[in-house]
Design a protein around this ligand. Sequence first.
Ligand code: CP
Ligand code: NVA
Length: 317
Amino acid sequence: MNPTATAAGPAKTDFIDILPTAHPLLQHFLNVAMRLKKQYQSTGRNEPLAAGKVLAMIFEKPSLRTRVSFDVAMQHLGGSAIYISPNEIGLGVRESIPDAARVLSGFCDAVMARTFAHATIEGLAKHSRRPVINGLSDHSHPCQVMADIMTIQEHFGHLDNLNVAYVGDGNNVARSLLEICGLMGINFRIAAPAGYELDQRSIDAARTMSRNLNFMATTSPREAVRGADVIYTDTWISMGHEDEKAVRLPIFHPYQINRQLLADAPGHAVVMHCLPAYRGVEITDEVLDGPQSVVFDQAENRLHFQKGLLAVLLGGQ
Ligand code: CP
Ligand code: NVA
């Protein structure tokens, strides 16, 4: 939990990063999300926990899943969402971050933001009187990995003694995945090329926050997937890094998730990808569409997790 008492109002709860959010609060988000998922699947509707509430959604980058899942989650909970495109708000250019936060939190009940700089989300949180949610920054993607944990829990029926192997870029998704695996007691390995590893500071922070972090870093995808229950990858070229494409593609080529790599993992291992996937680049069609892929369950859980999160932050759950 990041309860922040602002000059403008009482304490509120933001969701900016997995760390330092308290484990019981993360578990509570998941419990509420699971309850609302079952409720929606069995009755076709949810309790109007966010009736009359409005979520502002600021996007500096494109999105399919994050944008639509937050909007639909608000609708299912009886509220609504407003999409604010990069051109409209001009954060830090047309209007300062503190001013935008003050104005939006006067109109809306919560703010979700997808930004380049992580400091932009932290700045919004500092000056908003209402909860602020990180919908992805260059640093982290906490809502994504909470939906991923839901998917892992559903697939295996537990989170005990599981091994997650992330293969690819040590990026925002990898960092949040390390943090949630550390907090949930899941063993985490990453195989990344030299120069694209997770930074030592993030690894140290995860070690400090999780009592027995079982972490391993390697440059070998085969080593990482050996004994893995979950094999996870993401794009090699995150939003904002498009100009590095020609340099990155040959470096990352040995890190593709394909049939040969899966042959080194246990047959029960599942494959995850936060999407959007660049088919034939970081993952083959055969694997993405194959029997070990849980990628589309994972994508659907974005909706269910957002509901749990919003029901707690806005709906008093
Ligand atoms: N995984 C994810 O965040 O997808 P979008 O970029 O489409 O929101
Ligand atoms: N690492 C990717 C995640 C997309 C959901 C990016 O930042 O573009």
